[in-house]
Every structure is written in structure tokens, then in C-alpha cells.
Design a protein around this ligand. Sequence first.
Ligand SMILES: [Zn+2]
Length: 462
Amino acid sequence: MTLIALNADVLVTMDAQRREIRDGALVAEGPAVQWVGPTAELPPQYRRMVDDGSAQVLDMRGRVVTPGLVNTHHHMYQSLTRAVPAAQDAELFSWLTNLYMLWSHLTPEMIAVSTKTAMAELMLSGCTTTSDHLYLFPNGSRLDDSIAAAQEMGMRFHAARGSMSVGRSKGGLPPDVVVEDEAAILRDSQRLVEQYHDSARHAMLRVVLAPCSPFSVSRDLMRESAVMARHYGVSLHTHLAENDNDIAYSREKFGLTPAQYAEDLGWVGHDVWHAHCVKLDDEGIALFARTGTGVAHCPCSNMRLASGIAPVRAMRDAGVPVGLGVDGSASNDGAHMLGEARQAMLLQRVGYGPAAMSAREALEIATLGGARVLNRDDIGALAPGMSADFVAFDMSSVGYAGAGHDPVAALVFCTPANVAASVINGREVVRDGELLTADLPAVLLRHRALARTLFERASVGA
Ligand SMILES: [Zn+2]
């Protein structure tokens, strides 16, 4: 199937020259981009297909087209526990402690429906590829539940098999009821990789090994996971250096900074990315740059939990791969990818001055940056051979009024808008602002009921 997008006010390529094409067009065949350029220069064979109706044509007049945004960190099940009163005003460790017991009542259906809900929100906000870090599996839940949801939604997905194994009785943070046995974690990780991981170009599904954090799993599990990941060629992901308590825990338990601990465990390299890294020190930044270790920067979550300002400017200057993450919906109660890019830009300016990050750099981090963090070279830019993942924003909406001087920068400077159109892997998934792959009102109705059920079970059962 050939898909031809025409007449975009501007087509942002993020290609090697960072071209922004006025009156741009794009041709996709199946999952891949075949041609990108000005609409007036569309090759004759494609022009004929537009004229004879043999291609699917998307008119992008009045719209800015960009590569699909890449979300590198999320906990989608948390969309059931937004704005929980007991966890509204806490820092990380007490926030977690207030939520763990609630999450212990999750069911497979809750995982599936919350994943669909979170993906709908992401897709409408410009995201086409996402990772999800699921690290609790109560009541028979499995990573398969979120994988099935992603396939239904049509989103490109990096499913991170999280885990927690060190409960409170062993000096960890989580209550014992939500931790798993380490041998079982490794067995299930192996099963998931063998069953689902697709290493091919344009893969829609990859599996990631992702023990939750240094304060909830053992040294052994971190090491064993790294060995398994290298054996299968899959990526590794965890939380690192999120706030001052996190640093204190690392120094006290391991006698190392988080970056030193990561290096000691084999958790550095282009196949590894760490969420947050708000407190990554200069030595850690140099280590990450040298090894190509990635960072998922989550500005809204960092502000929400008062964790601090991640040194993204210094990371980027040193050459550390940086992508964006909305983080779980319980620590960023909104999960808008374009909004996250805006906050990334604003927060660097708060920390390091008005020149610390431009709108275009924020967009680059949200696209190419995320692709690099996920260890992919087939997404994040629109050029021949890249995956056909792109989104379009309607510049006639009130939020962009008066911003025609620079519509590309406007995407980041103005109030974040939802997309008018989205194409993932050559397939149209949003048309005129409506999601095509799910009955969203029905999903949200069920989601609301399940969120209520979760609270009822927790108040009775805990
Ligand atoms: Zn997280």
C-alpha cells in the first residue's frame, strides 16, 4: 500500500541536514518512507497515483508534519492512579510507599485497559513509539497484557519487563507482597524475549529487560539481566540517580554513586538507558558519554516530585544520548509528549539560562534523541528507508494564532496541541484528531470503572 502525504505547510525531517521543507510531501510504501521533498517535486509515478486514486492520499494543508515523537519512559498502569490524594504532595520514596499497596490490587484487565488508555493519550499527543516499564505483576498480570494492548492500538512498542525482588523485609523499599522471586523473573524475561522480541528494521515490538531500580532489586538480578540482555541482543532499562535520597541509598548500600554502581554491574552501553539521572554527576556524565549510555529525561515528573533539574544541557554537550519520557501517570498526571518537549525546554532554561535549550533542540530530543536512546536507527527522522511514523499538527487552532512566523518553534513554545493526524508504520491511526484504532469513549468508560474498583479493593483488602 502506498500512502502519500501532500501540501504540508512545513515538513520537519530531522534528517542529517535537519531540513524543514516548505509545502512538503512524503511517500510511504508499506512500513517505510520512500521519498520526501517539496510537493511540487513529487516524482511522476507518485503524481499519477495521486491522480488515479491508487494511493492513499493525506492532504496536510494548514498542518506542520514532524517525525512521530518517541516516549522512552512510562508506567502506563499508573493512569489508574492519577491525582491520588495521599500521593499528591510527596517526594519519590514516600510517594512510592503510599502507592505500592494500592498497585498490589492490579489485575490483568486493569493492565490491558490502562495501557490502551495511556497509549491513546500518547498517540493523540504526537507519540508514535513508546516504551512502557511494567514492574509489578499482581493477581496473574503479565507483560503479555500490555503487549496485546499495544498491538490493538497499533503503536510501536518497547515493552520493558520490569521487576522488584528486594522487599521491605530484606531492606528494600517495596512491601514484600509486590516483589517476585529472582529465578522466576529471569525465566519470565527469557520467555518474553523468545516469544515477542523482533530485532528487524521497522519492528513494531521489542522486549527490554528492566529491573525496577537499585533500591528494589539485588545486585545479582541486575548482573544476570545484563548477561541475558547481551545474549539476546535486547536493551536494558532502569531508574537511576532520581533524587537525593536515591543517591544516599546508593552510597549507603553499595558504597558507590549510581553511575559507578551502573558501571560495576555492566549497565552501561548503547543498549542501556536509565530514567531520570537528575543527580548524575560529572563523572557519570563522562561515563555515559564515553559508553553511549542513554538517559530518559522526564521533566514533568522531576518537577512534580521535586527531584530537581536534570543536567540535560551538560549531558547533550558531552554527547550523552538523551530522550524524553512522560514517566508514569502517577508522577506526571498528564502524559502529553509534545507537552513534555515544551517542559524540557522550559526547565533547562530555569536551571541554566535562556539559551540552555531551543524549541528545535527540544523537538530533536523528542524524536531523534528518543530513537537513539531506544537503540534504533529506523525511527525519529523522515527520510527514505526510515519507518513511516509521522504526525501532523493543525496550525489553524487558536493555540497557534499569531505564531505563523515560525510554525515549527510554535509547536514547542505554544500550548501543546493534540495531533490532527498520525501515521505509524505506514498506517493511518489518527484522522482529523480522532483515534482510528480504538473506541476511545468505551475504553475510557471501562478505565474509569476499573480505577474505582482498584481503590475499593485496596481499601477493603489491604
Ligand atoms: Zn519511572
